[in-house]
Structure formats: C-alpha cells, structure tokens
Design a protein around this ligand. Structure first.
Ligand code: NAD
Ligand code: AKB
Length: 312
C-alpha cells in the first residue's frame, strides 16, 4: 500500500484532494494532516494527524516512522493574506518545502507534490495565453515565494533526482470547502452571495480577467500528473494549467442566465493591484503534450454546477 501524507488537508484544495486520493488508494492509505486539533467531519473516513509544516523534526519523524512514500504539501499563505504578513508568508511558504525536499533527497520519499500558482507571473509577463516559459517578475510576496519554490524544486530534481511535480494552479472554484485568503476568492464568494442575497459586491473591477479552474479539473489534473510515468514529466519547476478565464462581469452574466435578477456591483480594494499583475489567460500546451492534460469544465459548466451545489 502506497502511504500518502497530505499536509494542509483542511483547506480548499486539501479537503477535496484527500477525498479523491482516498477513493483511488483506499481510506487508510491517505493521512490528512493540518494544524487543527481535530479532524473535520468530511475527512473522518481515514487517518488524521495534527502536524505543523514548520516543525521540521515532527514532520521528519512522522514521515520516517510511518514509512510515508508520497507527500502533497499544501500548507501556505495565499496572495491576499500573504501581503498582510509578508515575513511569515515567506517563512511558511518556503521552510516546509525544504523539509519535504530534503526527505526526498535522503530517499525517504518517492514522490512529492508541491503547488505553484499563476502568481509566479508579474506585470511584465505577456498577459494573454501566458506561455510556459516567459518573463517572470512577480510583485507579490506570495508570487516571489512560489517562483523561488519552483526554482528549488527544479534544482532538487536536477541535482539529487528528487521526483517532485508541480502545477501553477489558476484561481480554484469549489463548493465543498471555502477558499483561504486569495485574490481569486471572489469567484467562489459570488455564488454564496447569489444564493443567499441575490447580489454581490466584488472586490475586483468588472473587467479584470483572470485564469480560473473548477476544482474537479484541478484535482483530476493533480492526480494525473502524479500518476504519469516519470519520463513524461519534462518540467520540474511547475506546469501551466488552464481551465476557464473570465472577468467578474462575464461571470455575473453567466450567473444571471441561470438566476435572473442577480445583481453585481464593484468596490475594488488592495487585491485589484495583485490581480492586475497576473495573466488574463494561460497557455497549457506543455501539460497537454507531456502528460495529456485537458480541462473538462468551461465557465458555463462550472457556473451550473456551482449554483446547483453551493450552500446545500
Ligand atoms: P487554504 O488556505 O485553503 O488551505 C491551506 C491549509 O493549510 C489550511 O487548512 C491551513 O490550516 C493549513 N496550514 C497552514 N499552515 C499550516 C502549517 N504550518 N502546518 C500544517 N498546515 C497548515 O489553501 P488552498 O487554497 O487549499 O491552497 C493549497 C495550496 O495550493 C497552497 O500552496 C496555495 O498556494 C496553492 N494554490 C491554491 C490556489 C487556489 O485557488 N486555492 C491557487 C494556486 C495555488
Ligand atoms: C490566490 O488568489 O492567491 C490563489 C492563487 C491564484 O494562487 N487563488
């Protein structure tokens, strides 16, 4: 049995990733780990431990003693929260990664997944259909930490043969767990407000296009990347992945098509500057060519599933 540890399992991605990994590998094979004292109900079908990604010795001891073979390291501060606490964001987003990379370098772990983000790009990056290899000058602490993380992942692969795999996730949209402090969170909040109040005030301007993806695609893509034969993984920094791209006004229009009367207005805040520095859309042809990636959900399909499921 392959033993898998998911650190940061109670967050937006972790919750759904643990459920999907347990469906594939069995409940007992996948250990959920997070800072919380107790396991959330949704993850109670398998093992849970309280684990601090910043406690290098605790993480090392657990991985070695429990003979963990794969780690998904999801613990991080996201873009908006990181701007409010840059020192801690840098510490959390980098130190946990080195602990895991070193465990793999020493032969304790066979495979690692560490997520990057479209935040690695910056205002000097071509914004439309942003290529895999291009100018990367991120202006947020979050983006700087993700770019540095990518460089270290590639370095550990090239120097020490570490099998580390990564995706530059776009903004993720889901209904099973809430987002945790990002700039793309509006695209989740809007559905809750549409259902509960019929109106929404957006913290980004009407015409701010950003790359987004429905969570089912993100989870499937993550597992497909991790299951692909190593020789197919040509990029060891992180793969561009595209789902759907839209502006708040376009998203509102899709919601209005299914929920006539829904209203949106705009009150941009500090997150506007972050969004303005990110791409509008992403070219993911390398992921398609190397390991067969293809998104299933466009904006319309995502909106339908979200409206049917949020708040149930
Ligand atoms: P989230 O904020 O929803 O969840 C993060 C989880 O990590 C939380 O449950 C938190 O309690 C836990 N955590 C925080 N500090 C910890 C620590 N010291 N030890 C153990 N657990 C700790 O984040 P998410 O949206 O699920 O994102 C997961 C990863 O994916 C992050 O690295 C993020 O940068 C990346 N990512 C997310 C998105 C997105 O849209 N959600 C997009 C791009 C990249
Ligand atoms: C954020 O907005 O910070 C995240 C991301 C795109 O990395 N959703």
């Amino acid at each position: 049995m392959t033993k898998i540890l998911v650190i940061g399992s109670c967050g937006q991605i972790g919750t759904e990733l643990v459920l999907a990994l347990r469906t594939k590998f069995g409940n007992q094979a996948v250990v959920a780990a997070d800072l919380r004292d107790t396991c959330p109900e949704i993850l109670q079908d398998g093992p849970y431990i309280k684990l601090d990604a910043l406690d290098r010795e605790q993480v090392r001891a657990y991985v070695i003693e429990q003979k963990i073979e794969q780690v998904y390291l999801l613990a991080a501060l996201l873009s908006a929260t990181a701007e409010k606490n840059p020192d801690f964001a840098w510490k959390l987003n980098m130190e946990g990664l080195f602990t895991i990379l070193d465990l793999a370098k020493e032969g304790y772990l066979k495979k690692i997944f560490w997520p990057s983000s479209i935040a690695v790009f910056g205002p000097t990056t071509p914004a439309d259909q942003t290529p895999q290899h291009t100018v990367m000058e991120p202006t947020t602490v979050y983006g700087i930490s993700k770019q540095a993380g990518e460089r270290w992942c590639e370095y550990y692969h090239n120097k020490f043969g570490v099998d580390v795999r990564s995706i530059r996730y776009p903004g993720l949209i889901s209904y099973k767990s809430l987002p945790g402090g990002g700039t793309t969170d509006y695209a989740v909040d809007i559905f809750y407000k549409a259902k509960s109040e019929g109106k929404f005030t957006c913290f980004l301007s009407a015409d701010t296009a950003l790359p987004m993806m429905f969570m089912d695609d993100a989870i499937r893509g993550t597992i497909e990347l991790m299951e692909a034969p190593a020789e197919k993984i040509k990029i060891r920094s992180a793969y561009n992945l595209a789902g759907c791209s839209f502006t708040p006004a376009e998203l509102a229009q899709e919601i209005q098509a299914l929920q006539p009367g829904f209203e949106i207005n705009y009150a941009p805040d500090f997150r506007q500057a972050i969004a303005d520095s990110w791409p509008n859309s992403i070219d993911d042809s390398h992921a398609s060519k190397d390991w067969g990636w293809k998104a299933h959900f466009d904006t319309k399909a995502m909106v339908k599933v979200m409206l049917e499921n949020v708040g149930l």
